[in-house]
Each structure stands twice: as C-alpha cells, then as structure tokens.
Write a protein that binds this ligand. Structure first.
Ligand code: SF4
Length: 146
C-alpha cells in the first residue's frame, strides 16, 4: 500500500502570494468579482508609472512575441501623457513617467494595453517591476491582517 504524500503547509510568503493573487483577481479593492483595478485609470487620479525597467521589459516582450515593438507602443512619455489627462495631477507629474500605455477607450476605463477583456494581465510572467511590487491600500491592509 502506498503512503499518501505529506501535505504541504504553505509558508508565510506563499500565503501572502496566494492572498495577493486572490485579492487582485477576484476581490480587488474588497469588491467581490472585481479584478485588476490598478491596471486601469478609470475616474481616479492614477497613473501606471514610473516604469524604471523599460529596456528590460521591452526586451522580454520582444523575445516572447518574436517581434519588435517600438518604445511608443508600450510606454507613454510626459509630453503625450500630460495632454491625455489634463485634469489628473498624477499625469501632470514628470516623476511618474514613463508610464505604461493605456487605451483611450470609449467607456473611459483606460486599461493598460496589456490587460485583456477578461481583466487578466497578458504579460503576467514578464510584467514590469512596478506591476510586481505595487500594493494598493486595500491589499496592504489585507496582507497586514494575515
Ligand atoms: S502590465 Fe499587466 S499587471 Fe502591469 S498594469 Fe498592465 S495589465 Fe496590469
């Protein structure tokens, strides 16, 4: 008779990763079913930047997709971004650039161009550093309660 494998007991880091994944994909900002709000601008004074690893991210993206994207396809610089959202102070602050390019959609959700319609990151494994480390207030509070 074969023995059952020992159950894996997740450590603190693994638990935090699971809670982060659950929160961001199913309970974003404490709203059931909500996902990836920090991958959109919507009506908030919010920008996805500064991206400090533009070269590295572009390289990973080009290698993954087997085609060369231009810098402007992926990032927005101050000269353009400040005009896209004149009423948002974050977009008027040079310190937050370069930003990830967002779609200027009719619904004014303004998703990152890498967010799918199902609200999933299409570059998750190779995403920029800021996307790996950013924690909104809700996520910080959730992780602090673990
Ligand atoms: S690259 Fe992915 S994680 Fe980062 S903002 Fe865009 S969709 Fe979100």
């Amino acid at each position: 008779m074969s023995e059952k494998p020992a159950a894996h007991s997740p450590n603190q880091t693994e638990i935090a990763d699971l809670v982060t994944h659950y929160t961001c994909t199913r309970n974003c900002y404490g709203r059931k079913g909500n996902a990836g709000a920090c991958c959109t601008v919507a009506d908030r004074d919010f920008i996805i930047g500064p991206i400090v690893d533009t070269k590295e991210f572009l390289k990973r993206l080009n290698e993954r997709d087997g085609r060369k994207r231009t810098y402007a396809e992926v990032f927005i610089e101050f000269s353009e971004g400040s005009k896209l959202f004149p009423d948002k102070s974050t977009w008027q602050n040079r310190d937050y650039y370069p930003a990830l390019r967002v779609e200027m959609d009719a619904e004014a959700v303004h998703p990152c161009r890498f967010l799918s319609e199902a609200r999933e990151c299409t570059v998750y494994a190779i995403r920029p550093g800021i996307c790996r480390t950013y924690q909104c207030d809700h996520l910080k509070a959730t992780l602090n309660n673990l």
